[in-house]
Design a protein around this ligand. Structure first.
Ligand code: OOG
Ligand code: MG
Length: 226
């Protein structure tokens, strides 16, 4: 029998101790993988962390191609993963961190599982440029779709920039990620499903299906654009 709790413990420990763990050898269905994610996040909540929203993954062609997968995934965000804009991080807390330019949404209203693009836009309190720091707990950052889902979709930390008025077109916003003043990644919000609001619509559907519908105050990370 599949031991969800022990896989969850292994992944949670890998994250906690910033040590890589081998890819899962157990045959997991996607449903099993989300059950592992939920159990490993329950361990974090038991240590006092609070769920503050969700992240979407593989919402752009660029990311799907980079990692060789073709399905959207999601993971949970906690207050313990939040890094203040302008702050610094210690690499010692991570296995092999990577950074992605993203877009963050802040909800002023709860979102039901079935919502239109317009409905999703109307529920926004703000939209912000953001960085996600992903950190696969698997050796060499290599995983299958079910591996990465079990590992909270590589979610590790996130940084949110200044909130902007969401009453604007979000479909084609320029995105530039600079490192030490040098542009390294240049793209458009259009890379995220043609409009990052589609990622929010998908997030609402997936969160409700998991029994954790999106709430007012939740932050949703739309997924890497480059
Ligand atoms: C999985 C997480 C993908 C995104 O924005 O697409 C993700 C990974 O590539 O490790 O966060
Ligand atoms: Mg991401």
């Amino acid at each position: 029998m599949l031991d969800i709790a022990s896989i969850a413990e292994r992944l949670d420990n890998a994250a906690l101790n910033a040590t890589a763990t081998p890819q899962l050898s157990e045959p997991l269905s996607l449903e099993d993988a989300y059950a592992v994610q939920s159990a490993s996040m329950a361990r974090r909540y038991a240590r006092g962390q609070r769920r503050v929203g969700i992240k979407m993954g593989f919402t752009s062609r660029a990311k799907m191609a980079q990692m060789g997968v073709d399905e959207m995934i999601w993971g949970r965000l906690t207050d313990g993963m939040m890094v203040e804009d302008g702050d610094s991080i210690s690499f010692a807390r991570y296995v092999h961190p990577r950074v992605e330019p993203e877009i963050a949404f802040l909800l002023k209203d709860a979102l039901p599982g079935t919502v239109t693009l317009m409905g999703a836009a109307a529920a926004l309190a703000g939209v912000a440029p953001a960085l996600e720091i992903i950190d696969s707990r698997y050796e060499n950052f290599k995983f299958s779709l079910t591996d990465v889902v079990a590992d909270n979709s590589s979610s590790s930390s996130f940084v949110i920039g200044p909130w902007n008025d969401p009453a604007q077109s979000l479909a084609n916003l320029g995105m530039i990620m600079e490192i030490d003043g040098q542009p390294r990644q240049i793209g458009s919000s259009a890379a995220i499903l043609g409009n990052p609001l589609r990622s929010l619509v998908a997030a609402a559907r997936l969160a409700e299906a998991a029994g954790e519908p999106l709430q007012a105050g939740d932050v949703i990370m739309a997924g890497g654009a480059t």
